[in-house]
Design a protein around this ligand. Structure first.
Ligand SMILES: Cc1ncc(COP(=O)(O)O)c(C=O)c1O
Length: 384
């Protein structure tokens, strides 16, 4: 008997490492073990590979390589952006602005600063998960140091009007950070088109390994280190570079650039196929997030009269997905993001996040949709 594994529809939680990335990393682990700070050939080879990877990742986001800092993850990059720019700002200006649906790796350092006497303004989002650029600008005060608004939301995929926010903030001395952990590799990201000063990258969201991220820091942006040690990464992130993971990130960035250029509509096609099949089979299914201004791979839908958690548990032999952010898995109660969007309790509890990847096939989508619809029909009304 052939047992078919469940369809993986949780690419926003993490992605499989691309075979090309795994191969490059395995070779690096074996052969490229020199310390990039060492002056002999083995060290300098590692340094060269790190420099090449920096260039590849920088190219993917339209940045100069010298403005990219490798970090251990997106969480660290977000902490460096918020705490590093706060520490660099001196004592007079102590206000920051974030949106209501930021990832905990932005929300928690912002709350940490608040506990240290900073003032924090949390700007609400509308029912599609979008912040209004006007509301962001209205929240800014003379003592504002930083605005941090994510580029794409991890749960509903809504894309934020970052370029518009940047345009309105220009010239008033406020730094703009965007957490692009979910956007890089799925949509075109360009630091100049966005007009941001700081931008976060997460390797494992686009087929690099876990344990590697990056922070783009526009030239001249005042940021202080938050870890103390030697002078790696332009003095902003001490610690011997994770050479294999950095090399893997470089390969993943090149793959992402190719895919975005050559088969940009694949993610959207699969996602919309899934939406179409589910809508036809589940009357009353509701889309959460913005219909158009949304990551092409993300479908967050509320099933009527059922809890998303119960649905996914019952369908677990056919589909691997989650009801929201992987960071909150295991927590009961509706997602904070859906709450901030003003969804009622039944709709928030019925939500399921389905996120596709480059290797999701059309027949995977059919199988997943069939399983979810069948389980919903079987459980409808009986398990809320
Ligand atoms: C929007 C966003 N920011 C930051 C992170 C943090 O990434 P990591 O856990 O790899 O540090 C995630 C991960 O889910 C995310 O979705």
């Amino acid at each position: 008997m052939i047992i078919t594994p469940p369809v993986y529809l949780d690419y926003n939680a993490t992605t499989p490492v691309a075979p090309e990335v795994a191969e490059a990393m395995a070779a690096a682990l074996q052969e490229c073990y020199g310390n990039p700070s060492s002056s002999y050939l083995l060290g300098q080879e590692a340094a060269k590979r790190v420099a090449d990877a920096r260039q590849s990742v920088a190219s993917l986001i339209g940045a100069n390589a010298e403005n990219l800092i490798f970090t251990g993850c997106a969480t660290e990059a977000n902490n460096l952006a918020l705490l590093g720019s706060a520490h660099a700002s001196g004592h007079e200006k102590r206000h920051l602005v974030i949106s209501a649906i930021e990832h905990p790796s932005v929300m928690a350092p912002a709350r940490h600063l608040e506990a240290q006497g900073w003032t924090l303004t949390i700007v609400p989002v509308d029912e599609t998960g979008r912040v209004s650029p006007e509301a962001i600008v209205d929240a800014v005060r003379p003592e504002t140091v930083l605005v941090s608004v994510m580029l794409a939301n991890n749960e509903v995929g809504t894309l934020q009007p970052i370029a518009d926010i940047a345009k309105r903030l220009r010239g008033n001395g406020v730094l703009l950070h965007t957490d692009a952990a979910q956007a890089v590799g799925k949509v075109t990201v360009d630091v100049d088109a966005l007009g941001v000063d700081l931008l976060t990258v997460a390797g494992h969201k686009f087929q690099a390994s876990k344990g590697i991220g990056a922070l783009y820091v526009r030239k001249g942006t005042p940021v202080q280190q938050i870890l103390f040690g030697a002078s790696h990464e332009s003095g902003l992130r001490p610690g011997t570079e994770n050479v294999p993971a950095i090399i893997g990130l470089g390969v993943a960035a090149e793959l992402a650039a190719q895919r975005l250029a050559q088969k940009g509509s694949v993610l959207r096609d699969r996602r919309d196929q899934l939406h179409g099949l589910l809508s036809a089979a589940v009357p009353g299914l509701q889309l959460n997030g913005h219909l158009e201004k949304r990551l092409p791979n993300t479908l967050n839908v509320s099933f009527p009269r059922i809890s998303g958690q119960v649905l996914l548990a019952a369908a677990s032999d056919a589909v691997m997905a989650s009801v929201g952010s992987a960071c909150h898995a295991g927590e009961s109660g509706p997602s904070g993001v859906l709450g901030a969007m003003g969804l009622n309790m039944e709709r928030a509890l019925g939500a399921v996040r389905l996120s596709v990847g480059w290797e999701t096939h059309s027949n995977d989508i059919e199988r997943a949709a069939y399983a979810l619809a069948n389980v919903w029909q079987r459980l409808d009304c009986s398990h809320f």
